[in-house]
Write a protein that binds this ligand. Structure first.
Ligand SMILES: Nc1nc2[nH]cnc2c(=O)[nH]1
Ligand SMILES: [Zn+2]
Length: 454
Protein backbone atom coordinates (compact mmCIF):
# COMPACT_ATOMS: atom_id res chain seq x y z
CA UNK A 1 0.00 0.00 0.00
CA UNK A 2 2.96 2.32 0.48
CA UNK A 3 3.35 4.89 -2.24
CA UNK A 4 7.07 4.88 -2.92
CA UNK A 5 6.88 8.17 -4.82
CA UNK A 6 5.55 10.26 -2.00
CA UNK A 7 7.99 13.15 -1.87
CA UNK A 8 5.88 15.15 0.58
CA UNK A 9 6.01 12.45 3.27
CA UNK A 10 8.54 13.46 5.90
CA UNK A 11 9.66 10.67 8.18
CA UNK A 12 9.93 11.41 11.89
CA UNK A 13 10.92 7.95 13.19
CA UNK A 14 11.79 4.51 11.89
CA UNK A 15 11.68 1.36 14.04
CA UNK A 16 13.14 -2.05 13.26
CA UNK A 17 12.25 -5.31 14.95
CA UNK A 18 9.23 -7.53 15.61
CA UNK A 19 5.72 -6.17 15.02
CA UNK A 20 2.68 -8.16 16.10
CA UNK A 21 -0.84 -7.13 15.11
CA UNK A 22 -4.19 -8.37 13.79
CA UNK A 23 -5.81 -7.90 10.44
CA UNK A 24 -9.31 -8.60 9.18
CA UNK A 25 -8.03 -11.90 7.80
CA UNK A 26 -5.80 -13.09 10.61
CA UNK A 27 -6.00 -12.69 14.37
CA UNK A 28 -2.23 -12.76 14.70
CA UNK A 29 0.25 -11.53 12.14
CA UNK A 30 3.85 -11.64 13.30
CA UNK A 31 6.36 -9.64 11.31
CA UNK A 32 9.97 -10.26 12.27
CA UNK A 33 12.83 -7.97 11.30
CA UNK A 34 10.33 -5.45 9.94
CA UNK A 35 10.81 -1.73 9.36
CA UNK A 36 8.06 0.71 10.25
CA UNK A 37 8.28 4.40 9.40
CA UNK A 38 6.20 7.08 11.10
CA UNK A 39 5.70 10.41 9.33
CA UNK A 40 5.66 13.83 10.91
CA UNK A 41 1.84 13.65 11.17
CA UNK A 42 2.16 10.51 13.31
CA UNK A 43 0.93 8.22 10.54
CA UNK A 44 2.47 4.95 9.43
CA UNK A 45 4.31 5.74 6.19
CA UNK A 46 5.60 2.24 5.50
CA UNK A 47 5.87 -1.20 7.03
CA UNK A 48 8.18 -3.44 5.08
CA UNK A 49 10.87 -6.09 5.35
CA UNK A 50 14.10 -5.08 7.07
CA UNK A 51 16.03 -6.08 3.96
CA UNK A 52 14.43 -3.12 2.18
CA UNK A 53 16.26 -0.60 4.38
CA UNK A 54 18.43 0.95 1.66
CA UNK A 55 15.59 1.41 -0.80
CA UNK A 56 13.26 2.79 1.89
CA UNK A 57 15.86 5.21 3.20
CA UNK A 58 16.37 6.59 -0.31
CA UNK A 59 12.65 6.77 -1.09
CA UNK A 60 11.64 8.37 2.18
CA UNK A 61 14.80 10.38 2.77
CA UNK A 62 15.98 9.14 6.16
CA UNK A 63 19.37 7.91 7.26
CA UNK A 64 19.76 4.22 8.17
CA UNK A 65 21.69 5.36 11.25
CA UNK A 66 18.53 6.99 12.59
CA UNK A 67 16.64 3.69 12.76
CA UNK A 68 15.65 2.58 16.28
CA UNK A 69 16.39 -1.12 16.70
CA UNK A 70 14.28 -3.13 19.14
CA UNK A 71 16.07 -5.46 21.56
CA UNK A 72 15.75 -9.24 21.52
CA UNK A 73 12.76 -9.61 23.82
CA UNK A 74 10.97 -6.55 22.58
CA UNK A 75 8.13 -6.16 20.12
CA UNK A 76 5.63 -3.53 19.03
CA UNK A 77 1.91 -4.22 19.21
CA UNK A 78 -1.04 -1.89 18.55
CA UNK A 79 -2.26 0.21 21.46
CA UNK A 80 -5.06 -1.27 23.56
CA UNK A 81 -8.58 0.08 23.06
CA UNK A 82 -10.80 0.34 26.13
CA UNK A 83 -14.29 0.57 24.68
CA UNK A 84 -16.02 1.22 28.01
CA UNK A 85 -14.69 2.91 31.14
CA UNK A 86 -16.27 5.21 33.74
CA UNK A 87 -13.59 7.79 34.55
CA UNK A 88 -15.16 9.11 37.80
CA UNK A 89 -15.52 5.60 39.18
CA UNK A 90 -11.71 5.36 39.23
CA UNK A 91 -12.06 7.10 42.61
CA UNK A 92 -13.32 3.86 44.23
CA UNK A 93 -11.76 1.24 41.98
CA UNK A 94 -11.00 -2.05 43.70
CA UNK A 95 -13.69 -1.63 46.32
CA UNK A 96 -17.47 -1.86 46.70
CA UNK A 97 -18.05 -5.02 44.72
CA UNK A 98 -20.45 -6.63 47.13
CA UNK A 99 -23.85 -6.04 45.60
CA UNK A 100 -25.74 -6.40 42.33
CA UNK A 101 -25.83 -3.65 39.72
CA UNK A 102 -28.87 -1.55 40.61
CA UNK A 103 -28.15 -1.60 44.32
CA UNK A 104 -24.47 -0.90 43.58
CA UNK A 105 -25.38 2.15 41.49
CA UNK A 106 -27.57 3.61 44.24
CA UNK A 107 -25.27 2.78 47.12
CA UNK A 108 -21.83 3.64 45.74
CA UNK A 109 -21.86 5.01 42.22
CA UNK A 110 -24.34 7.87 42.23
CA UNK A 111 -23.25 9.36 45.57
CA UNK A 112 -19.62 9.27 44.38
CA UNK A 113 -20.35 10.65 40.91
CA UNK A 114 -22.29 13.54 42.46
CA UNK A 115 -18.95 14.88 43.81
CA UNK A 116 -17.70 15.62 40.32
CA UNK A 117 -19.46 18.96 40.42
CA UNK A 118 -16.27 19.93 42.26
CA UNK A 119 -13.76 20.63 39.49
CA UNK A 120 -10.74 20.31 41.75
CA UNK A 121 -11.78 16.82 42.74
CA UNK A 122 -12.62 15.98 39.13
CA UNK A 123 -9.19 17.19 38.00
CA UNK A 124 -7.43 15.03 40.55
CA UNK A 125 -9.35 11.82 39.70
CA UNK A 126 -9.38 12.37 35.94
CA UNK A 127 -5.62 13.01 35.81
CA UNK A 128 -5.06 9.77 37.69
CA UNK A 129 -7.28 7.65 35.47
CA UNK A 130 -5.85 9.01 32.22
CA UNK A 131 -2.29 8.45 33.44
CA UNK A 132 -3.01 5.00 34.84
CA UNK A 133 -4.71 3.77 31.67
CA UNK A 134 -2.03 5.23 29.39
CA UNK A 135 0.70 3.61 31.47
CA UNK A 136 -1.12 0.32 31.06
CA UNK A 137 -1.21 0.71 27.30
CA UNK A 138 -4.70 2.10 26.69
CA UNK A 139 -4.07 4.37 23.72
CA UNK A 140 -7.81 4.81 23.04
CA UNK A 141 -10.47 5.08 25.75
CA UNK A 142 -14.21 5.51 25.46
CA UNK A 143 -15.14 7.32 28.67
CA UNK A 144 -18.33 7.93 30.59
CA UNK A 145 -17.89 11.05 32.74
CA UNK A 146 -20.76 12.30 34.95
CA UNK A 147 -23.77 14.56 34.42
CA UNK A 148 -21.56 17.62 35.04
CA UNK A 149 -20.68 19.41 31.81
CA UNK A 150 -17.65 21.35 33.00
CA UNK A 151 -16.06 18.33 34.65
CA UNK A 152 -16.71 16.29 31.50
CA UNK A 153 -14.97 19.00 29.44
CA UNK A 154 -12.09 18.81 31.89
CA UNK A 155 -11.76 15.08 31.22
CA UNK A 156 -11.48 15.87 27.51
CA UNK A 157 -8.80 18.46 28.25
CA UNK A 158 -6.79 16.07 30.42
CA UNK A 159 -6.93 13.28 27.82
CA UNK A 160 -5.75 15.79 25.23
CA UNK A 161 -2.96 17.08 27.47
CA UNK A 162 -1.62 13.59 28.10
CA UNK A 163 -2.07 12.62 24.45
CA UNK A 164 -4.67 9.85 24.84
CA UNK A 165 -7.17 9.23 22.05
CA UNK A 166 -10.55 9.51 23.71
CA UNK A 167 -14.27 9.56 23.25
CA UNK A 168 -15.76 11.47 26.16
CA UNK A 169 -19.41 11.44 27.20
CA UNK A 170 -21.30 13.75 29.52
CA UNK A 171 -23.74 11.35 31.14
CA UNK A 172 -27.47 11.94 30.63
CA UNK A 173 -30.14 10.69 33.04
CA UNK A 174 -33.45 12.41 33.67
CA UNK A 175 -35.17 9.51 35.42
CA UNK A 176 -33.17 8.87 38.55
CA UNK A 177 -34.99 9.46 41.79
CA UNK A 178 -32.65 7.57 44.04
CA UNK A 179 -30.08 10.25 44.81
CA UNK A 180 -30.99 13.77 45.81
CA UNK A 181 -28.10 15.67 44.34
CA UNK A 182 -27.41 13.59 41.29
CA UNK A 183 -30.08 14.12 38.73
CA UNK A 184 -31.01 16.48 35.95
CA UNK A 185 -34.24 17.52 34.31
CA UNK A 186 -35.00 16.66 30.75
CA UNK A 187 -34.30 20.23 29.68
CA UNK A 188 -30.99 20.40 31.55
CA UNK A 189 -29.88 17.11 30.08
CA UNK A 190 -30.62 18.23 26.54
CA UNK A 191 -29.19 21.73 26.87
CA UNK A 192 -26.07 20.63 28.70
CA UNK A 193 -25.43 17.87 26.18
CA UNK A 194 -25.55 20.46 23.39
CA UNK A 195 -23.24 22.77 25.34
CA UNK A 196 -20.85 19.92 26.04
CA UNK A 197 -20.68 18.91 22.38
CA UNK A 198 -20.26 22.48 21.13
CA UNK A 199 -17.57 23.39 23.67
CA UNK A 200 -15.60 20.17 23.23
CA UNK A 201 -15.66 20.39 19.44
CA UNK A 202 -14.67 24.02 19.70
CA UNK A 203 -11.44 23.05 21.48
CA UNK A 204 -10.36 21.27 18.31
CA UNK A 205 -8.44 18.60 20.23
CA UNK A 206 -7.07 16.35 17.50
CA UNK A 207 -7.73 13.03 19.28
CA UNK A 208 -10.68 13.76 21.57
CA UNK A 209 -14.34 13.57 20.47
CA UNK A 210 -17.66 13.91 22.27
CA UNK A 211 -19.96 10.91 22.54
CA UNK A 212 -23.69 11.13 23.21
CA UNK A 213 -24.24 9.22 26.47
CA UNK A 214 -27.66 8.22 27.76
CA UNK A 215 -26.69 6.31 30.92
CA UNK A 216 -29.14 3.53 30.05
CA UNK A 217 -32.79 3.13 29.19
CA UNK A 218 -33.74 2.60 32.81
CA UNK A 219 -32.65 6.10 33.87
CA UNK A 220 -33.81 8.07 30.83
CA UNK A 221 -37.29 9.09 29.78
CA UNK A 222 -38.43 8.17 26.29
CA UNK A 223 -38.40 11.88 25.49
CA UNK A 224 -34.72 12.21 26.41
CA UNK A 225 -33.73 9.07 24.51
CA UNK A 226 -35.41 10.47 21.39
CA UNK A 227 -33.80 13.89 21.82
CA UNK A 228 -30.35 12.35 22.24
CA UNK A 229 -30.88 10.22 19.14
CA UNK A 230 -31.63 13.39 17.20
CA UNK A 231 -28.63 15.26 18.63
CA UNK A 232 -26.31 12.39 17.68
CA UNK A 233 -27.76 12.22 14.18
CA UNK A 234 -27.64 15.96 13.55
CA UNK A 235 -23.99 16.13 14.62
CA UNK A 236 -22.91 12.74 13.27
CA UNK A 237 -21.66 11.72 16.70
CA UNK A 238 -20.79 8.54 18.51
CA UNK A 239 -23.31 7.11 21.00
CA UNK A 240 -22.65 4.95 24.06
CA UNK A 241 -24.84 3.33 26.68
CA UNK A 242 -25.50 0.07 28.54
CA UNK A 243 -27.70 -2.80 27.41
CA UNK A 244 -28.87 -6.17 28.75
CA UNK A 245 -26.40 -6.22 31.62
CA UNK A 246 -28.48 -8.01 34.25
CA UNK A 247 -31.72 -9.98 34.33
CA UNK A 248 -33.15 -7.40 36.71
CA UNK A 249 -32.52 -4.33 34.56
CA UNK A 250 -33.94 -6.07 31.49
CA UNK A 251 -37.17 -6.80 33.37
CA UNK A 252 -37.50 -3.20 34.53
CA UNK A 253 -36.81 -1.83 31.05
CA UNK A 254 -39.53 -4.09 29.68
CA UNK A 255 -41.96 -2.66 32.23
CA UNK A 256 -40.98 0.93 31.43
CA UNK A 257 -41.15 0.49 27.66
CA UNK A 258 -43.98 -2.01 27.14
CA UNK A 259 -44.40 -0.97 23.51
CA UNK A 260 -40.85 -2.13 22.68
CA UNK A 261 -40.18 -5.73 21.72
CA UNK A 262 -36.80 -5.86 23.43
CA UNK A 263 -34.14 -3.77 25.17
CA UNK A 264 -32.45 -3.36 21.80
CA UNK A 265 -35.73 -2.23 20.29
CA UNK A 266 -35.95 0.59 22.86
CA UNK A 267 -32.69 2.08 21.59
CA UNK A 268 -33.57 1.33 17.98
CA UNK A 269 -36.90 3.17 18.27
CA UNK A 270 -35.10 6.24 19.58
CA UNK A 271 -32.46 6.34 16.83
CA UNK A 272 -29.71 5.34 19.22
CA UNK A 273 -28.54 2.28 17.33
CA UNK A 274 -26.20 3.43 14.57
CA UNK A 275 -22.85 2.40 13.15
CA UNK A 276 -21.25 4.78 15.67
CA UNK A 277 -22.99 3.24 18.69
CA UNK A 278 -21.21 1.15 21.30
CA UNK A 279 -23.32 -0.60 23.93
CA UNK A 280 -21.70 -2.12 27.02
CA UNK A 281 -22.38 -5.69 28.18
CA UNK A 282 -25.26 -7.28 26.23
CA UNK A 283 -24.96 -10.46 28.29
CA UNK A 284 -28.60 -11.37 27.74
CA UNK A 285 -29.25 -10.27 24.17
CA UNK A 286 -31.29 -12.68 22.05
CA UNK A 287 -30.18 -13.76 18.60
CA UNK A 288 -32.86 -11.45 17.17
CA UNK A 289 -31.32 -8.52 19.03
CA UNK A 290 -27.85 -9.43 17.77
CA UNK A 291 -29.28 -9.35 14.25
CA UNK A 292 -30.45 -5.77 14.91
CA UNK A 293 -26.94 -4.88 16.03
CA UNK A 294 -25.52 -6.40 12.88
CA UNK A 295 -28.04 -4.61 10.64
CA UNK A 296 -27.50 -1.18 12.19
CA UNK A 297 -23.70 -1.56 12.52
CA UNK A 298 -23.88 -0.96 16.26
CA UNK A 299 -21.25 -2.67 18.40
CA UNK A 300 -20.86 -4.30 21.79
CA UNK A 301 -18.28 -3.73 24.50
CA UNK A 302 -17.53 -6.90 26.45
CA UNK A 303 -16.64 -6.09 30.07
CA UNK A 304 -15.95 -9.46 31.70
CA UNK A 305 -14.42 -8.23 34.95
CA UNK A 306 -17.49 -6.14 35.70
CA UNK A 307 -19.86 -8.90 34.62
CA UNK A 308 -18.28 -11.28 37.12
CA UNK A 309 -17.55 -8.77 39.88
CA UNK A 310 -21.16 -7.58 40.05
CA UNK A 311 -22.47 -11.10 39.35
CA UNK A 312 -24.26 -9.72 36.30
CA UNK A 313 -23.82 -12.46 33.72
CA UNK A 314 -21.51 -13.88 31.08
CA UNK A 315 -21.40 -12.76 27.46
CA UNK A 316 -21.24 -15.53 24.89
CA UNK A 317 -18.57 -13.86 22.75
CA UNK A 318 -18.54 -16.72 20.25
CA UNK A 319 -22.22 -16.15 19.52
CA UNK A 320 -21.66 -12.40 19.09
CA UNK A 321 -18.85 -13.09 16.62
CA UNK A 322 -21.01 -15.65 14.83
CA UNK A 323 -23.58 -12.90 14.29
CA UNK A 324 -20.82 -10.66 12.88
CA UNK A 325 -21.49 -7.94 15.42
CA UNK A 326 -18.54 -5.60 15.98
CA UNK A 327 -17.03 -6.31 19.39
CA UNK A 328 -14.39 -4.72 21.61
CA UNK A 329 -13.31 -5.16 25.22
CA UNK A 330 -13.87 -2.80 28.12
CA UNK A 331 -12.68 -2.49 31.70
CA UNK A 332 -15.96 -0.92 32.90
CA UNK A 333 -14.15 0.64 35.86
CA UNK A 334 -15.29 0.46 38.66
CA UNK A 335 -17.80 -2.36 38.15
CA UNK A 336 -14.62 -3.93 36.83
CA UNK A 337 -11.89 -3.68 39.45
CA UNK A 338 -8.97 -3.24 37.06
CA UNK A 339 -8.18 -0.31 34.79
CA UNK A 340 -5.83 -2.44 32.70
CA UNK A 341 -6.91 -3.86 29.38
CA UNK A 342 -4.55 -6.77 30.00
CA UNK A 343 -6.96 -7.75 32.75
CA UNK A 344 -9.86 -7.47 30.28
CA UNK A 345 -7.99 -9.88 27.98
CA UNK A 346 -7.50 -12.38 30.82
CA UNK A 347 -11.08 -12.14 32.09
CA UNK A 348 -12.37 -12.60 28.53
CA UNK A 349 -10.41 -15.84 28.28
CA UNK A 350 -11.56 -16.92 31.76
CA UNK A 351 -15.22 -16.31 30.93
CA UNK A 352 -14.89 -18.25 27.71
CA UNK A 353 -13.37 -21.13 29.69
CA UNK A 354 -16.19 -21.05 32.25
CA UNK A 355 -18.66 -21.32 29.37
CA UNK A 356 -16.63 -24.31 28.20
CA UNK A 357 -16.81 -25.92 31.63
CA UNK A 358 -20.58 -25.51 31.49
CA UNK A 359 -20.69 -26.89 27.96
CA UNK A 360 -17.68 -28.94 26.84
CA UNK A 361 -18.77 -28.50 23.21
CA UNK A 362 -18.27 -24.75 23.48
CA UNK A 363 -15.79 -23.25 21.00
CA UNK A 364 -13.42 -21.60 23.51
CA UNK A 365 -11.75 -18.35 22.47
CA UNK A 366 -7.99 -18.48 22.03
CA UNK A 367 -5.55 -15.77 23.06
CA UNK A 368 -4.96 -14.69 19.47
CA UNK A 369 -8.66 -13.92 19.01
CA UNK A 370 -8.81 -12.02 22.28
CA UNK A 371 -5.69 -10.03 21.32
CA UNK A 372 -7.57 -8.96 18.19
CA UNK A 373 -10.63 -7.97 20.24
CA UNK A 374 -8.46 -5.79 22.51
CA UNK A 375 -6.86 -3.95 19.59
CA UNK A 376 -8.39 -4.04 16.12
CA UNK A 377 -11.79 -5.21 17.44
CA UNK A 378 -11.97 -2.26 19.81
CA UNK A 379 -11.13 0.20 17.06
CA UNK A 380 -13.89 -1.32 14.91
CA UNK A 381 -16.36 -1.21 17.79
CA UNK A 382 -15.66 2.52 18.12
CA UNK A 383 -15.69 3.07 14.35
CA UNK A 384 -12.13 4.33 14.62
CA UNK A 385 -10.54 1.54 12.57
CA UNK A 386 -9.77 4.01 9.78
CA UNK A 387 -7.33 5.71 12.18
CA UNK A 388 -6.11 3.04 14.60
CA UNK A 389 -6.22 -0.63 15.61
CA UNK A 390 -3.31 -2.15 13.69
CA UNK A 391 -0.17 -1.36 11.70
CA UNK A 392 -1.51 -0.42 8.30
CA UNK A 393 0.00 2.28 6.15
CA UNK A 394 -2.00 5.49 6.54
CA UNK A 395 -3.24 4.73 10.06
CA UNK A 396 -1.94 6.60 13.09
CA UNK A 397 0.96 4.97 14.90
CA UNK A 398 -0.76 3.93 18.16
CA UNK A 399 1.59 1.39 19.64
CA UNK A 400 3.10 -0.26 22.69
CA UNK A 401 6.78 -1.08 22.85
CA UNK A 402 6.77 -4.23 24.96
CA UNK A 403 9.83 -5.68 26.65
CA UNK A 404 8.83 -9.10 27.91
CA UNK A 405 12.08 -9.40 29.89
CA UNK A 406 11.95 -5.89 31.40
CA UNK A 407 14.29 -5.73 34.41
CA UNK A 408 12.32 -5.89 37.63
CA UNK A 409 9.24 -6.94 35.68
CA UNK A 410 6.80 -9.76 36.37
CA UNK A 411 8.03 -12.22 33.74
CA UNK A 412 10.99 -14.61 34.05
CA UNK A 413 12.02 -15.86 30.63
CA UNK A 414 13.63 -19.24 30.79
CA UNK A 415 14.28 -20.20 27.22
CA UNK A 416 11.54 -19.08 24.88
CA UNK A 417 12.26 -16.43 22.30
CA UNK A 418 9.54 -17.09 19.76
CA UNK A 419 7.45 -13.90 19.32
CA UNK A 420 4.13 -15.73 19.60
CA UNK A 421 5.18 -17.14 22.98
CA UNK A 422 6.47 -13.73 24.06
CA UNK A 423 3.08 -12.20 23.25
CA UNK A 424 1.18 -14.95 25.07
CA UNK A 425 3.36 -14.50 28.16
CA UNK A 426 2.89 -10.75 28.06
CA UNK A 427 -0.90 -11.04 27.73
CA UNK A 428 -1.15 -13.53 30.59
CA UNK A 429 1.58 -12.34 32.94
CA UNK A 430 2.66 -8.86 31.91
CA UNK A 431 1.91 -5.45 33.37
CA UNK A 432 2.92 -1.85 32.94
CA UNK A 433 6.56 -2.66 33.77
CA UNK A 434 6.70 -4.47 30.43
CA UNK A 435 5.20 -1.53 28.52
CA UNK A 436 8.32 0.53 28.12
CA UNK A 437 6.92 3.09 25.70
CA UNK A 438 3.45 4.06 24.51
CA UNK A 439 2.79 6.00 21.32
CA UNK A 440 -0.42 7.71 20.24
CA UNK A 441 -0.54 9.17 16.73
CA UNK A 442 3.26 8.88 16.62
CA UNK A 443 3.81 10.88 19.81
CA UNK A 444 5.54 9.18 22.70
CA UNK A 445 3.09 9.60 25.61
CA UNK A 446 4.68 7.12 28.05
CA UNK A 447 7.03 7.70 29.80
CA UNK A 448 5.24 10.97 30.56
CA UNK A 449 6.93 14.02 29.12
CA UNK A 450 6.32 16.63 31.79
CA UNK A 451 6.90 16.23 35.46
CA UNK A 452 3.50 16.22 37.11
CA UNK A 453 2.36 17.18 40.57
CA UNK A 454 0.02 14.18 40.93
N1 LIG B 1 -21.60 -1.51 35.06
C1 LIG B 1 -22.35 -0.40 35.03
N2 LIG B 1 -23.58 -0.50 34.53
C2 LIG B 1 -24.32 0.63 34.49
N3 LIG B 1 -25.57 0.81 34.03
C3 LIG B 1 -25.84 2.12 34.20
N4 LIG B 1 -24.80 2.77 34.77
C4 LIG B 1 -23.85 1.85 34.94
C5 LIG B 1 -22.54 1.92 35.50
O1 LIG B 1 -22.04 2.96 35.92
N5 LIG B 1 -21.84 0.76 35.51
ZN1 LIG C 1 -20.52 0.82 32.40
Amino acid sequence: MANSNRPTTKIANVYRGTFIHSTQQTALQILEDELLGVDTDGKIAFIERGAELDRLSRTFGFSPTEVTQLAQHEFFMPGLVDTHIHAPQYSYIGTALDMPLLQWLNTYTFPMESHFKDLKFAHSVYSKVVKRTLRNGTTTACYFATIHTDASLLLGQIANDFGQRALVGKVCMDRNDSVKHYKETNQESQEETCRFIAELLNKKYPLVRPVVTPRFALYCTAALLGQLGTIAKDNNLHIQSHIGETVEDIKLVQELFPESESYTDVYLKHNLLTDKTVMAHGCYLSDEELVLFRKTGASLSHCPNSNISLCSGMLDVRNVLKHKVKLGLGTDVAGGYSASMLDAVRRTLDTSKVLTIQNPEYDTLNFEEVFRLATLGGSQALSLDGQTGNFEVGKDFDALRVNVAAPGGPIDLVQCKEPKILLEKFLNLGDDRNIVEVFVAGRKVVPFAEPTTE
